[in-house]
Design a binder for this molecule. Structure first.
Ligand code: ZN
Length: 248
């Protein structure tokens, strides 16, 4: 009797197994529905806002002098190594508004000194790199590190973003002009003559001409240098003027 029922038991077990397999498959299909639905709406293709390149800003223009027929000469005073409260009076006495190209390495030691000197004399503060390295030949990324953050910092300290940049040693290349432009500078300003130790060092003819740009430094010879600059300016019938009134 039992022997005769055996085939039925196999059929029953097989049918039960098929039923369970069917139920499992049905559940899996149901469970996979939300996943399929999610795949219907993938994130939009293409780059997100973060990966979009910043708008390209044009390079700054390199100048050695200002093109003008006005009887003006421009005094630029660089770096900021020597700081003396008497400097304000020396500039005021000579009627000089100057352009201070400050290196952040020096400016950071006493931003208040330079802010006051600027305000007392009607001068302006511009960008002369973070650490006074020779920029020429360096990558644009390396040059940007020496220029852009300094303009950000000066905007914070002095309330005005530099629109002029001076390369250390007057040594620049195309990457300098581009990095200066990206930082918001319209001009990279070199110079013609230089005054040091109370003497003018002419780069060409022994005179200042309308639009000449003269280099000086914050040194302990400040008064002698200013005096020599003014004597030469007067000899050539020129009045000191601000670069930012002409380089716009
Ligand atoms: Zn310098």
């Amino acid at each position: 009797m039992l022997e005769r029922l055996k085939p039925f038991r196999y059929v029953a077990v097989a049918a039960l197994a098929l039923l369970i397999a069917g139920l499992v498959l049905a559940r899996q299909n149901t469970g996979s529905q939300p996943a399929s639905a999610a795949q219907v709406t993938p994130p939009p293709p293409g780059p997100g806002p973060e990966s979009r390149p910043a708008p390209k800003i044009g390079p700054a223009k390199l100048v050695y002098k200002v093109e003008t027929n006005d009887p003006v000469v421009f005094l630029t005073i660089d770096d900021g190594a020597h700081q003396d409260p008497a400097m304000a009076d020396i500039l005021r006495r000579n009627g000089i508004k100057a352009t201070f190209f400050l290196t952040e390495f020096y400016a950071q030691k006493n931003p208040e000194f330079f802010r006051k000197l600027r305000d007392d004399t009607g001068s302006v503060i511009e960008n002369h790199t973070a650490t006074h390295v020779n920029l020429k030949g360096r990558s644009e990324v390396d040059q940007e590190k020496e220029i852009g953050p300094v303009s950000d910092q000066y905007q914070s300290w002095f309330g005005t973003r530099p629109t002029l940049f001076r390369a250390p040693f007057g040594s620049s290349d195309d990457a300098t002009l581009q990095a200066a432009g990206e930082a918001g500078a319209k001009y990279v300003v070199n110079w013609g003559s230089e005054v040091a130790n109370g003497q003018i060092k002419f780069s060409g003819p022994h005179e200042f001409r309308p639009g000449s740009i003269v280099l000086m430094h914050f040194k302990d010879t400040f008064e002698a240098d200013v005096t020599a600059f003014m004597a030469q300016a007067r000899a050539n019938g020129l009045t000191p003027a601000l670069l930012t009134d002409y380089l716009k």
